[in-house]
Each structure stands twice: as C-alpha cells, then as structure tokens.
Design a protein around this ligand. Structure first.
Ligand code: SF4
Ligand code: SF4
Length: 440
C-alpha cells in the first residue's frame, strides 16, 4: 500500500492523535522519517490507558506500526514505555513485538510523554526548538492512535470509541472503552461511581487536564482519563486560580529566583525557554524590547513543572499559556535554525514520576485499574465537530435521520480535517455546525 492510500484510509476513518491535541494522523505521515516512536509513556499520574492497550492489544499496535512502516521509509518502530511498566507487562528492553518493532524502556520521569523528551530518551535525537519531530527523522504516535490506524487500514473501521481510565479517589480504578460522545455522568452512572460535593472531575491528567462538569462534558477523541480528586488536592487547587489573580500574584511575589527555569524540562533539553523571563514579559517590563523572547513561549509544552517548583505559588505555565494564545492569534512561533546543546545539569534535575505524583498530592490514589473488556453502551451521544486540530467537520445528516453505528454523519472540512461517525445507532435529535446529538 502506498503512503497516499494509507493517508486516505486514515483520514476517511477519522483517526486523530488520541493522546494529545487531536492532530489528524494522516497529516503526520510524510517522507523523511526513519523511526516511528509509539508513545506509551503516559507520564501524567494515575492514567493507565496506554498500559491497558499495550497489555490487551500489543499485537494490533505492533501490526499497525508494520503497516505504516511498509508504506513509508520508516525502518524501525520503538514502543516507548516506562521501564517498570513494560517489565510488569512481561516485556524486556529491546524485545521484538513485531517485524522491526521493539520495546524501548523509558526512565520513570515527568514529563517523559512530552514528545521532545520522549524522542531524546528513545532515540538520542534532539528536535531543534520549534521544529517538527520529522525534521529529526522521527514520527511520534500514541499507542491508541496506532491501534486505531491498524483498524482503519485493515478494515476501514472508523474511530467511534475511546479507551479511558477512571482513577483518583474512587473505590475501584477502571479502564474501559466508551462510545465517543457519551456523557460523562452516564458513564459514572453505569459504573456506579458517585462524585462527592467536595471532589472535582478532570478530563486528562492531574497536571495538564481540565476540570469538567460531568453533566455537560462528553467523551472526545482526545479523552484519555476521567480523574475524580478531592478539591483540597494540590492538583485541583492549582487549577482554580484565575488568570487575573495569577498575574497579580506574579507582579507582587516573583522574586526572580529562576528556579522555574532551572527545572523546566524543555529548558533542560537546551530549548531557549526561560519561564522566569516570561513572568517579567507578561508584566510588560520587557515585551517591547524583546519580541523574540515572547516568541519562545511557543516552545512550552504546558507540563506545569515551573508552577510546582515555584516557591511563591506562581504558575509561569498559566502566564505562558496566555502568551501562547496571543502568539497563536498572530501566527507567531519560535523556530530555531540551529542546534541548542542539552544542559549538562539535566540528569540532576529530572523529576521522578513518583515524586511528581507526591508533589500533586495524588500518589496515594495510584493503582493499576481493572479492565472491563465490554464497551459501555450509551443512551445518547453528542459528537463535536471540532475534536481535532484543523477545520471542523461538516454535518451531512439532518434532525430526524436514522443512523446506524459506524455511519458517516459529518464530512471532513476544507483543508486539515477529518469526518465524524455515529458511535451508536439511533435518531439524530439535534444537528448544528458545532455538534450532532444522537439518541439510541
Ligand atoms: S520560581 Fe517563581 S518566584 Fe522564582 S522566578 Fe520563577 S515564577 Fe518567579
Ligand atoms: S510548563 Fe513551565 S516547566 Fe513546563 S515546559 Fe512550560 S515553561 Fe517549562
């Protein structure tokens, strides 16, 4: 199969990055890479979705990699997974799980799932700041993405369900599959999970995830986990401070100690990102004089290390996120045309995963979940037209239409985009340019 044929199959099936921002997978495939890194690092605490996929479906993940390699110039695939987790699954470092597909042990550090750090640890290659991984000859895909790619290439199966971990302060941690668009409150009801008033629900990890309302939030193609955590957990408290309050705190309390920069994982890899300077920039003391400094905000991966190590309880991450929005609107980003050396102090500044969990106050909730092999059934799904990077999908059904599971309900938009499919059989009860609602 040619690379063009595979790209068409992946786009038609609506395959997007399942572990990050939802970048359409077909657009990642291009000539110029010789290594595929399957990201099963799962660096955020309490999440075991990739581990579950690697335990239950490694053969399909490896076969997906083989199919992608056949159509490209990629010579080798690493299934990159934390060493202790791979060991628990019975895999040794370097073990072959497919033709030219081998296990690669990663160190248990945070944020090892960040693709720049992952590429460095798995291949020894360093992506130049602001450049795409393919410039270093590497394509990175999440394990679930490769699983979905295998199904799309082999049988044309569209992406209609999602692997999820439920964890945190719940009696039983669970890993399962749910139809895309299923309401979170219905998932909890089916699984007998109650959320106390003094707890919050996060879609994503404790560091990078967002607090959601289970009565309104639905499963998206990028939903990796649903974590239920007490409101007095450090991870939740850090998400409840408004940007105005954070800027005020930064203005009055930042002592310029530079600890946030010293510990920044991207800075450690040599990236010219210095969060302590971003604080000053956001306070408008150096913006006009140093526009190139502001552009380096685009190099931040939002890991949140800078916020957790700040002695003044300031979150440079949030300040940088604000700057990134402004940069994004103006289509400005930092792109290096030369290499930057890795900081020689890096080995001494790495944060162990267990230490990171402890810093966020969630270590006590860490437990491998029980896997439920049967996909949950939903009475209603709400499928967003924009759950990927690029143009929104365009509905091709109308209210009152009957649809079967797997039917196309929205075409890909113009340019970078993917179509959407019905994740349950039923009747379309609502349809607008932002979402389609189907009732079983
Ligand atoms: S660690 Fe905190 S106080 Fe120190 S420079 Fe960074 S933001 Fe300022
Ligand atoms: S969130 Fe902070 S520590 Fe993480 S990459 Fe961005 S600036 Fe660095």
């Amino acid at each position: 199969m040619s690379i063009t044929e595979i790209k068409t199959l992946l786009q038609n099936a609506g395959v997007v990055g399942a572990g990050g921002a939802g970048f359409p997978t077909y657009a990642k495939l291009a000539d110029g890479a010789d290594i595929l890194c399957i990201n099963a690092a799962e660096c955020e605490p309490l999440i075991y979705t990739d581990l579950t996929i690697c335990r239950e479906e490694m053969a399909k993940v490896a076969h997906g990699a083989e199919l992608i390699m056949e159509a490209t110039n990629i010579k080798h695939t690493y299934v990159a997974i934390k060493g202790y987790r791979a060991e628990a699954l019975g895999y040794s470092d370097g073990e072959a799980v497919g033709k030219n597909v081998t296990i690669k042990y990663l160190p248990s550090i945070y944020p090892i799932g960040d693709e720049i750090g992952l590429i460095y640890e798995a291949t020894g290659r360093l992506v130049r700041p602001g450049n795409l991984p393919i410039t270093a000859g590497v394509i990175v895909m999440n394990s679930e993405t490769v699983y979905n790619a295998c199904e799309a290439i082999e049988s044309g199966k569209p992406v209609i369900e999602k692997w999820i971990t439920i964890g945190g302060d719940v009696p039983e941690k669970i890993a399962f599959k749910a139809p895309i668009g299923m309401r979170v409150s219905e998932i909890f009801k089916k699984l007998g999970i109650k959320v106390d008033e003094n707890h919050s629900v996060i879609d994503g990890g404790p560091s990078m995830g967002s607090i959601i309302n289970p009565d309104r939030a639905v499963v998206r193609k990028t939903t990796k986990s649903l974590l239920i955590l007490p409101n007095n957990t450090r991870a939740i408290e850090g998400k409840q401070i408004s940007m105005d309050d954070m800027l005020r705190r930064a203005a009055s309390a930042c002592c310029g100690c530079t600890r946030c920069t010293e510990m920044c994982p991207r800075h450690q890899l040599g990236y010219p990102l210095e969060p302590h300077k971003m604080i000053r920039a956001a306070l408008n003391t150096v913006v006009e004089d140093h526009p190139e400094l502001i552009a380096t905000a685009s190099l931040c991966c939002s890991c949140g290390v800078c916020a957790e190590v700040c002695c003044q309880n300031i979150s440079p991450k949030d300040v940088i996120l604000n700057l990134k929005k402004i940069l994004g609107k103006n289509k400005i980003r930092f792109v290096a045309d030369k290499d930057f050396p890795v900081n020689p102090d890096r080995p001494y500044r790495l944060i162990k995963s267990s230490k990171w969990s402890d810093m966020l106050g969630v270590l006590k909730f860490d437990k491998i979940p029980t896997y439920l092999p049967k996909t949950l059934t939903a009475s209603r799904v709400e499928i967003a037209m924009s759950q990927h990077i690029g143009a929104p999908s365009v509905p091709c059904v109308s209210v009152g239409d009957t649809v079967k599971v797997g039917d196309m309900i929205a075409n890909a938009g113009a340019g970078l985009s993917v179509p959407q499919y019905a994740s349950i059989s039923g009747t379309v009860v609502s349809c607008d340019p932002t979402k389609i609602v189907i009732e079983a």
